[in-house]
Design a protein around this ligand. Sequence first.
Ligand SMILES: [Fe+2]
Length: 362
Amino acid sequence: MSQTDIDSQLPSLVEAYRKNKCSIRATALQFDVSRATISRRIDRARELGLLESSEKTEWGEIAQMIDKSEASEPIFEPPSLVQEDIPIDELIERRVHDFKRKAEAYESRKLIPIRVKEPGPIGLIVFGDPHVDDDGCDWPSLLRDVEIAKQTPGMMAGNVGDLQNNWVGRLSRLYGEQSTNKRQAWQLTEWLATEVPWLFLIKGNHDMWTGTGDPLDYMKIPGQGVLEEWSVRMALHLPNGREVRVNCRHDFPGHSQWNLVHGVSKAAQMHYSDHILLAGHKHVSGYNIVMQRDGMLSHCIRIGGYKKYDSYAKVGGFEDHNFASSCVCVIDPDATTATGLVQVFWDVEYAADYLTFLKKKV
Ligand SMILES: [Fe+2]
């Protein structure tokens, strides 16, 4: 169509455009042409003075016209590049998969079932915070307990955490106050982690300071016991069908200056109907028994640990309440009384003798 022909049609187009309230889209639909065509003819109508400058096209329509006409027809071939980001559908699929795996791992740890193969009475020696590289660590007691854990028939072993000082950040200066260096600390830690056939090992706050890539995760723990961060809760399924639940946290929340076992007892009274609840962390010892509604007894224990001489306690003026670095829970599956099912000993040698006697008796 020639420009003259176009110009001759402009008055009718302008009239329609005004009736359509200056809508390019509506006018294009009416004339069955593209919006770009109407846009060009409106511009021409303005040139010829057929339209006032105040009669403007809506901004949204202008943007759409540019998008459709100019931007949709680039003067080059757009390159086809592979995006580094994971496509959104694949990313969502991965997130769903990872969450399911995390949920499964978390839920399976709420109460870990342990089938005990040893018939008759068994013992559980629980080591308090070792801090093996600290000059104040009571190594004679630690060596004694390691031997008792290894040599006593029917004895299993657990640890409440803080295997070593593991100073990090600003605390690294404290390596200057101990005679072992960091490498020796890891030597001693590896020895303890792999010397005892642990039923469970817990990482305390000092162990957690290592962060990801913790060497403990890659050590082969004899007995293939459970290594967990902060806490572990397990149900010991004994050969005679009885279940004894053991719940160990580096520490349970709650504190009382009048009751060193307050947090552990609170957990037994408010949350967990378990037979044995254990904590460490504060380097003080204490014991309390909570009777559950069904008559079951919960033994609430805070173990002092092997760090016998502690400059931090001296600075803070903390009185010495660490009367035992470890304890032993002797479990008699055939006990006919609640008090006979679990008995707690603070003298590990006496406990080992008692367990040996009990097993012979059976
Ligand atoms: Fe500790």
